[in-house]
Design a protein around this ligand. Structure first.
Ligand SMILES: *Cc1c(COP(=O)(O)O)cnc(C)c1O
Length: 220
């Protein structure tokens, strides 16, 4: 299957209210252009400098999403163009994003990453930490950040019930939080292996890589 065929198949599986982020990490700009020419405009990367290099090389109507774990000292390389940062998992990072966004006179949209997987290896905030950030005086005074929702990653397991359970944690916490955060409008959950399950559980944004671009080869 070609990239454009994969995209068309996946788009057919996704309802209109769900945004498809095409995860192009490790893939060359030629692959991204193929998806672009098939109509895709939203792309996700997990390394800031790789995303910045691709931003420079590619059409400027692409919406770039940072989906990876963030290193605060690299935020400056994307502050002028990034459209949405999914994986914010510390207050320090939020402070840095706000500072860099201010330099470019932008308001950067962010999602807070909630830890929903049982595995220890995953990054993310606890519910308590999310609440503390959103209720803090410091956050409320950040003029160049807008937290527009939550992101989560389920465990890498075959057990669908386990994955479903973890997605439900994110959705119900989102609903609870949205009561006091009317600007919330995004639940980012679901990848190649579980995006249909995620949509059934309430996801409004899926991050799909290998099902579009094929397997990644990290050995290069
Ligand atoms: C790589 C990645 C994805 C996409 O993974 P696939 O299984 O290839 O769809 C989604 N979300 C995050 C945070 C990722 O790092």
């Amino acid at each position: 299957m070609s990239i454009s065929n994969n995209l068309i198949t996946i788009q057919k599986n996704i309802p209109e209210h769900v945004t498809l982020v095409a995860v192009s990490k490790t893939k060359p700009v030629t692959d991204i252009l193929e998806a672009y020419n098939a109509g895709q405009r939203v792309f996700g990367e997990n390394k800031i400098q790789e995303m910045a290099a691709k931003y420079d090389d590619l059409p400027k109507d692409i919406s770039w999403h940072m989906i990876g774990h963030l290193q605060s000292n690299k935020v400056k390389y994307m502050a002028h163009f990034v459209n949405l940062i999914h994986g914010v998992d510390s207050f320090t990072t939020l402070i840095e994003i706000n500072k860099q966004a201010k330099k470019h006179n932008r308001v950067i949209h962010c999602l807070l990453q909630l830890k929903i997987a049982q595995e220890d290896s995953k990054f993310g905030l606890s519910k308590e930490e999310v609440k503390n950030i959103l209720n803090s005086y410091d956050y409320k005074n950040m003029e160049n950040i807008k937290v527009v929702g939550l992101m989560g990653m389920a465990s890498f397991v075959d057990d669908e019930n386990q994955i479903k359970k973890e997605f439900k944690i994110l959705t119900s916490f989102y609903e609870e939080t949205k009561i006091h955060q009317p600007q919330f409008n995004i639940i980012s959950m679901g990848m190649s292996g579980d995006y249909e399950l995620a949509i059934a559980e309430g996801s409004t944004m899926v991050r799909v890589g290998s099902a579009i671009f094929g397997n990644r080869n990290y050995a290069v």
